[in-house]
Design a binder for this molecule. Structure first.
Ligand code: C2E
Ligand code: CA
Ligand code: CA
Ligand code: CA
Length: 275
């Protein structure tokens, strides 16, 4: 083969080098973006599916890049995690979100996504609690959403961070439930307050012959364990009706609203007299 032996090694090394350069270029752009304040919090409504009432918002990161426009978190969160920039980025977004949320009706909650990198940082809890203190936002109305992959990390370290946050009243949600290697042992490994069903399961409810048993089972699991359940990715009335039959749930999805910037969120809230 043409790419055999030494040639192949060279070709491979060059490819790696290009990849690394692209990556470090991207890292540099993220770093600059953070410094220029290009990352902004968007908010998606969370609804009590029984009453239709707005109960709070999930903050979802967006990158308002001068070159590329509004960039999805799927494109920058993993690089931010690998480079460690996620800590600075996330705390900046949370500080902004807490300031926004201080203007909201005092019944509304704020949920944020926290990556496992952050949960392994022994100082994370202290800095997060300081942000809550500085803004005066009550910990009881603050939720952190974490995924199962944090259970692959140093569990002792993660547990210490979670415990100090929970001691101050912060709620902990197990996000994307059902997508990883979920097991009851994993659910037991940390003191979660809530479960969130991933949208891939919720989407099954809208498919002809789709597998609805998993959603139903997760809802009963939550009920049995006294863990409130949230369903994400509710796009249609049909899905909403199916979910309502399974039990008491909270939910979010395009049916209720897409993630919006803080201005649009404030407009929505003031129209409902919740600002
Ligand atoms: P996630 O936490 O599972 O968030 C749900 C994703 O589904 C969001 O995508 C949301 O915009 C989208 N979504 C909401 N409703 C619907 C719907 O009805 N249908 C469909 N198809 N999708 C819906 P988004 O905003 O692109 O975020 C993607 C992921 O990026 C999030 O998934 C979360 O894991 C991560 N992420 C976002 N912001 C942050 C952050 O500040 N820190 C960390 N560590 N991760 C974040
Ligand atoms: Ca989430
Ligand atoms: Ca999800
Ligand atoms: Ca996720």
């Amino acid at each position: 083969a043409k790419h055999g032996g030494r040639n192949q090694a060279t070709w491979f090394e060059e490819a790696m080098e290009t990849e690394l350069q692209a990556r470090s270029g991207f890292e540099e752009r993220i770093r600059r973006g953070i410094a220029q304040g290009e990352f902004v919090p968007y908010y998606q409504q969370q609804i009590d599916l029984e009453t239709g009432e707005l109960v709070g918002f999930e903050m979802l990161a967006r990158w308002n890049s001068p070159e590329d426009g509004l960039v999805s978190p799927d494109l920058f969160i993993s690089v931010a995690e690998e480079t460690g920039l996620i800590c600075e980025l996330s705390e900046m977004l949370i500080a902004q979100a807490l300031e926004d949320a201080m203007q909201w009706d005092p019944r509304l909650t704020l949920s944020v996504n926290i990556s496992s990198v952050q949960l392994c940082d022994p100082w994370f809890a202290q800095r997060l609690l300081r942000l809550l203190n500085e803004t005066g936002f009550p910990a009881k109305r603050f939720d952190i959403e974490i995924t199962e992959n944090c259970l692959n990390e140093d569990l002792g370290a993660v547990r210490a961070v979670i415990t100090s946050l929970k001691n101050q009243g912060v709620n902990v949600t197990l996000d994307d439930f059902g997508t990883g290697y979920s097991s009851l042992a994993r659910l037991k490994a940390l003191p979660f307050d809530k479960l969130k069903i991933d949208k891939t399961f919720v989407a099954e409810l809208s498919k002809e012959g789709g597998n609805t048993k998993f959603v139903e089972a997760i809802v009963s699991l939550g009920a049995g364990l006294d863990l409130p359940v949230t369903a994400e990715g509710i796009e249609t009335k049909e899905v909403l009706e199916a979910l309502r039959k399974f039990g008491k749930l909270k939910g979010q999805g395009y049916l209720y609203g897409r993630p919006e910037d803080s201005r649009t969120t404030n407009d929505l809230l003031s129209a409902r007299k919740l600002l």
